[in-house]
Design a protein around this ligand. Sequence first.
Ligand SMILES: *Cc1c(COP(=O)(O)O)cnc(C)c1O
Length: 302
Amino acid sequence: MIDIENSPTQRVIFQDKEIYIKRDDLLDSEFSGNKARKFHYFLKNDFPKIKRVISYGSNQSNAMYSLSVLCKLKGWEFEYYIDHLPSSLKSNPIGNLKYALENGMRVKFFDECLCEELKDKNILSKTIQKGDTLFIPEGGRCETSKYGISLLADEIISFKKKNSLKELYIFLPSGTGTTALYLQQSLIEKYDNARVFTNSCVGAKEYLKKQFFALEKDEKFHPFILDTKKHHFGKLDCKMYKFWMQLQKKLDIEFDLLYDPYGFWYMMEFLQKNSISKPIMYIHQGGTKGNISMIQRYKRRC
Ligand SMILES: *Cc1c(COP(=O)(O)O)cnc(C)c1O
């Protein structure tokens, strides 16, 4: 049985700043990172009626891979809907796609989808159970994710206590913003003063703010959004590739390439610009299986 509670916290120095890195990438070799946190609810609870999971998103998504692991463990079928599949990937799957297919995932295209639930995929923001099927929104953007993220909050609170930290600034990069939002909300609900800071890796600040509102109307629970340039998800940026290699060399930690270089970069910029001297934590949210395909793309470009 997979035990995904309690990831280690590692202390590092980077550009003269002391940073605690919460290693959620080490939760489990199969089920790791923030997708393990988000899908913990499904792992821990019984769903006697369920035979199948349906989800959707990009063809190299970390959530897709993690769901394939979950479904394999649970003995569920897994159907995953995508917009398109480049012919090179079809004939030679790599990275998350390869491993998810090996776990038995079936890839389908949106135009083959007969189910109403996916017709309005952009507004699906909760898990729907219908007959023997669970529909899980893209990237685990739904309230069931809070269960596992609340356990992450517990671990952070114990870490603070153990190290007598009166305050803590926590940084993590966002896609849908689900992890950052539920982390900040859980901390507040547990009467802890740790503050969550995040940046959008998908679009401008306004996009992320909208995502927060879709999950939680009360702004007092929203994380602080860092000022960044508008970013197109998955677009290559040689400066960030270089920074990612520098992180790896300096810290001896492999980070993910889609989110982490941006998250770490904007965190350092924020700390320096505002001369922050509070204790700092950065959350490593896993996703390194997705690096295989990103490195291939970067090597061609940079
Ligand atoms: C999914 C993912 C994110 C983004 O998480 P959200 O909850 O969607 O904001 C960040 N980093 C990694 C490695 C991920 O896999």
